[in-house]
Design a protein around this ligand. Structure first.
Ligand SMILES: CC(C)(COP(=O)(O)OP(=O)(O)OC[C@H]1O[C@@H](n2cnc3c(N)ncnc32)[C@H](O)[C@@H]1OP(=O)(O)O)[C@@H](O)C(=O)NCCC(=O)NCCS
Length: 197
């Protein structure tokens, strides 16, 4: 498999980032993990400013501190995925949403990239001292819950979410350190050890 790395969004990636979001529209695909980029397609600079605010956000019931990264393939420098990592959960996110939201662009799916995306995301949570990651997935989204289970996610609850999705949601807990220890095989697919700026 190809090697991948996390990159912090900057102005240099404006065209690539918009191309990433457009692909989801073209394929009529659900999008996640963009830190709101899909709502800022006509204001990329404003989105970068929003990410700056996300970094230093004091947690409250509306917002929490978060990091958003591009998942980039080393061989052609293409953005293949995105991830939004919440470093602290408020009451709302502890019920629905959890620590991590992610996506892989439609033309790059089913290559194992999201497993690397989540593995790298868990490394970030580990750096920020999060021991237990809470993630959830719609039962009709096997690509998402299989990613979580591949990284050792344990099902803790299954329920009908009548507030946000009107579908069955599965809640997962991942022991961050244990998952990183048990999944070292993914290290060979990581291109750079530090997050690229
Ligand atoms: C969910 C998503 C990120 C998965 O990305 P991906 O790169 O295709 O996932 P991977 O290739 O790493 O596969 C992860 C697991 O899901 C399985 N999988 C992937 N696509 C699948 C599909 N369409 N149906 C069933 N299983 C699927 C893979 O086989 C793998 O399981 P395995 O380890 O048992 O083999 C991608 O489908 C996506 O962006 N969806 C839209 C956004 C979204 O739903 N995000 C999740 C909510 S936050």
């Amino acid at each position: 498999m190809e090697k991948l790395f996390f990159e912090m969004p900057t102005i240099k990636r404006k065209d690539d980032a918009l191309d990433y979001v457009n692909e989801f529209s073209l394929y009529n695909s659900h999008i996640n993990g963009t830190g709101g980029l899909n709502r800022y397609t006509d204001d990329y600079e404003g989105w970068l400013e929003k990410l700056e605010r996300d970094y230093i956000q004091e947690p409250d019931e509306e917002r929490v501190p978060a990091r958003t990264y591009f998942l980039v393939r080393e061989s052609d420098n293409r953005i293949v995925g995105m991830i939004n990592i919440r470093l602290v959960l408020n009451e709302k996110l502890s019920k629905y949403g959890g620590h991590i939201g992610y996506s892989i662009r439609p033309t790059e799916r089913r290559k194992g990239y999201n497993k690397i995306n989540l593995y790298l995301g868990l490394k970030v949570l580990d750096i920020y001292g999060v021991r237990e990651a809470f993630l959830d997935a719609d039962i009709d989204n096997p690509a998402s819950w299989k990613t979580i289970e591949a990284l050792g996610g344990k099902r803790v609850k299954e329920y009908f979410n009548d507030e946000y999705t009107h579908s069955v949601i599965v809640d997962y807990i991942i022991d961050v350190k244990e998952s990183l220890k048990n999944n070292k095989q993914f290290e060979e697919y990581i291109a750079v050890k530090k997050i690229k700026r």
